[in-house]
Design a protein around this ligand. Sequence first.
Ligand code: ZN
Length: 180
Amino acid sequence: MEVLMAVLHIRKFGDPVLRTRAAEIEKITALHPRLVEDMLETMRAAPGVGLAGNQVGVLERLFVWQVDEEHGVVINPVITKRSRKTEEDEEGCLSLPGIAYPVVRAQRVRVEGIGLDGEPLRIDAEDLQARVFQHEVDHLDGVLFYERLPEELKREALRTLRDQALGITPVRQVPAEEAL
Ligand code: ZN
């Protein structure tokens, strides 16, 4: 069977879907494999290393990720463990083009959920992969990464996003490994 993949439209700053909590997926349907393929394609084309349902206008709890040679999807992800040790690293977002800021995240997390096959899934992640998972679960809760910044940087980020939206400042290219 030929599967034609499609690059989906990535929702951007100002779209209320980004501020909405996505719902649990109660039943994996025949449409989900196609959605996941399209989300992987969209993430790679962007390019980025993670993409959550909200970002393509789907208010369902799932995200795709790709770090180094590995990629995958997690449905109904829950972070069940976080290391006390944190790490600060530059982070951007495919839905917030043009901004990147250092964000403090747990250095290691455990994510539990289910896979496309409906089987339970558990991934212990660290560093960039752990960062991606935390960023994507935030998306599913309607939380954007600049909200995790100290007050002053948060204001600066919002100012930049608004200026870009108004065409006052050009949109800066954020490196792929920082776009989630
Ligand atoms: Zn993002």
